[in-house]
Ligand binder design. Sequence first.
Ligand code: ZN
Length: 98
Amino acid sequence: MTGEEPLMATEIDEAVLDGNAVAGLLMSVFGGEMTAVPGRCIHCHTVSMIGQLHAWTRAPGTVLRCPVCSQVVLRIVETPTAVLVDASGAAWLRMDRR
Ligand SMILES: [Zn+2]
């Protein structure tokens, strides 16, 4: 991020993305299809599919926010040697056995 873009333009561009936009990243991190996985927002207790979360992709890493309360549910940061997943905004994620 250069910091030169007007903040409003960034917000408008990113507001239309949802978790489906980062399906490929999620699959590589979790090893399977994740957009239909339900999870509970720890802030407002709403259960949403990961594909319904709002995706912010221009931050350092990817931020997925609750569509109801806009709080952060998941954060994923990729470095050259690792992938860091912060799921502290999710009370739980329910992944079916395969
Ligand atoms: Zn919420």
